[in-house]
Ligand binder design. Sequence first.
Ligand SMILES: NC(=O)c1ccc[n+]([C@@H]2O[C@H](COP(=O)([O-])OP(=O)(O)OC[C@H]3O[C@@H](n4cnc5c(N)ncnc54)[C@H](O)[C@@H]3O)[C@@H](O)[C@H]2O)c1
Length: 262
Amino acid sequence: MDFTGKNTVVTGAGRGIGAALARVFHDRGANVVLADLAGAEDTAASFASERAVGITADVSTEAGNKALVEAAADAFGPIDLFFANAGVGSGSTLDLTPEDVWEAAFDVNVHAHRWAAKLLVPGWLERGDGYFCSTASAAGLLLQIGSAPYTMTKRAAVSFAEWMSVTYGDAGIKVTCLCPQGVNTDMLHAGDNEVSGADVVKAAGAVLEPEDVAQQVADAIEAEQFFVLPHSEVANYMKMKASEPERWLGGMRKLQRHVLGN
Ligand SMILES: NC(=O)c1ccc[n+]([C@@H]2O[C@H](COP(=O)([O-])OP(=O)(O)OC[C@H]3O[C@@H](n4cnc5c(N)ncnc54)[C@H](O)[C@@H]3O)[C@@H](O)[C@H]2O)c1
């Protein structure tokens, strides 16, 4: 897809990966709506461009997604590309994760994706064109040591993206799914975050800058490529997981002992 003149929406774009995605899409010629619980207006204003608009939005409910899709369409016209990037990293083990944290993880990391798609797909099918993108995680392909909610919700996000691609690909809808390991954002460094804690991620591989990840994502969208794996070793881990599952599980337990010291 050529970004020039395309109407794009990025959730979780007040900061981090989402802000970097919005910046790159804008710089490649798109109109961008940045959506977030907070900070979207300021980040959009920093672009100093009529092609960038910030909207305060909460995507953890169906109503929040509907309000966002309507406001984004009011800003620039029908949405060409929607990037469900907002995510939460809270939650850990079965005994330490309260029910409301499980619910928030599923609402933002999974249900938000399908609520947005449910609103957008009918129009895209009519036009025979549309682009759905999501930020899942390498945790959705492999797993997240220390966090059941993050592992489960990111796996579900990957599955939903795959389902979208298979179900609507022949009707002109494109899908891209971003699955990074460590990226240098607030989520990675959040002190109370067992999910993407810096120790786990540093032990697993390199920590990339959001701007570099965003350039790879934009290249993948231009090439209409499904997976974006900014950490290339993830593809090798997936191969090992499929061909030698016992060895892969053993390796993950070893990494867990190393990281958590148990
Ligand atoms: N940083 C990493 O190492 C890493 C690795 C793999 C995947 N990810 C994923 O990347 C995505 C972006 O995260 P990030 O690393 O930029 O972290 P971040 O915490 O900087 O950004 C996440 C953004 O999502 C927003 N958000 C959360 N709940 C929301 C809601 N209900 N409505 C609207 N916005 C909401 C937050 O306000 C925040 O601005 C997430 O889906 C995350 O799970 C991050």
